[in-house]
Design a protein around this ligand. Sequence first.
Ligand code: MLT
Length: 404
Amino acid sequence: MYKINDNYLKLPGSYLFSTIGKKVAAYSAEHPEKEIIRLGIGDVTQPLAPAIIEALHKAVDEMGHAETFHGYAPDLGYEFLRKAIAEHDFQARGADIQADEIFVSDGAKCDAGNIQEIFSTDNKIAVCDPVYPVYVDTNVMAGRTGTYDPKTETWSDVIYMPCTAENGFAPELPKETPDLIYLCFPNNPTGSTITKAQLQEWVDYANQVGAVIIYDAAYEAYISEPDVPHTIYECEGARTCAIELRSFSKNAGFTGVRLGCTVIPKDLKCGEVSLHALWARRHGTKYNGAPYIVQRAGEAVYSPEGQAQLKAQVAYYMNNAKTILEGLKSAGYTVSGGVNAPYIWLKTPEGMDSWAFFDYLLENAGVVGTPGSGFGPSGEGYFRLTAFGSYENTVAALERIQKL
Ligand code: MLT
């Protein structure tokens, strides 16, 4: 008789955004007359920029002719895209990353979930609390997290690094030494950032204790302040201790198209074993790359038109963030984030936990957000709104919230 991977049975409930989706669908079915505004999941709403559409059309046409047809993409991605990423996202920022250290993929979410496969299940992970749920969920699936305590909503073998108002939603170095450290800045869900000097401390720490940092830079395009690093490789020594995940979803609208990349420097080694080689081996076997036409669309993001259009989209969402921040402040809420990130983190009203506030907002304002406790125990008492809605919906949501 076959056996299942019973680590999956340890996962409490469904994936956070599936739970929210089901709740909202049930509410909509009961109240079909209510117009719901969705500021919950961080999904973009603006159409792909013209430069990207043009590149997609051109690549689709190429696929229709024998001379320009493309079959399987190279395991690690097309050179034209890897070069563009290396030059624009790293070398232009003084970060020493070469094209052949970049692995093109079908999105940062997949890579964030899959990267743990190259590490032993004995490794101990450290995560920010609250945290993007994919990091912990996928380590649970792998059997790396011990037992779940429903009372504290924590796993016995996970090191939680609380990110609270007291520490500016920036984690402190853990007391217990981890093997793998997940960091995401600008942060999902709190919208917080750390300075280059703070990130340098993490890099120094990881090199000192022999840990690997898995750095999620998905929201890098939203950085507006000069002392916030755009990549961990701006820090000295990061090549020997850090893997970086990047996305085309949040900056260029590829959530439905799927494109991302993972950087593993060739200097990152566990003893004699190159992590780059292990990830390349995995890509060869379990290919989760992106199709030719999507990689051409990704290349177009780096053209002068693509860059201008990307900047315009980021500015559009950040104007929403400003609208949310100012609207919530004037309604008396305590808020943070939203300056270098498309997420706004607000304190729920006294006496209301984060799921109670979710229901309250849905029922009384028809606005969907994400309860902070869904991201971890330190998220209790907080709530996340995203700036990824349309401007009209964002304004309407704030008007409704202000009337409560
Ligand atoms: C979120 O809402 O946290 C993100 O959209 C989820 C994701 O990017 O997978």
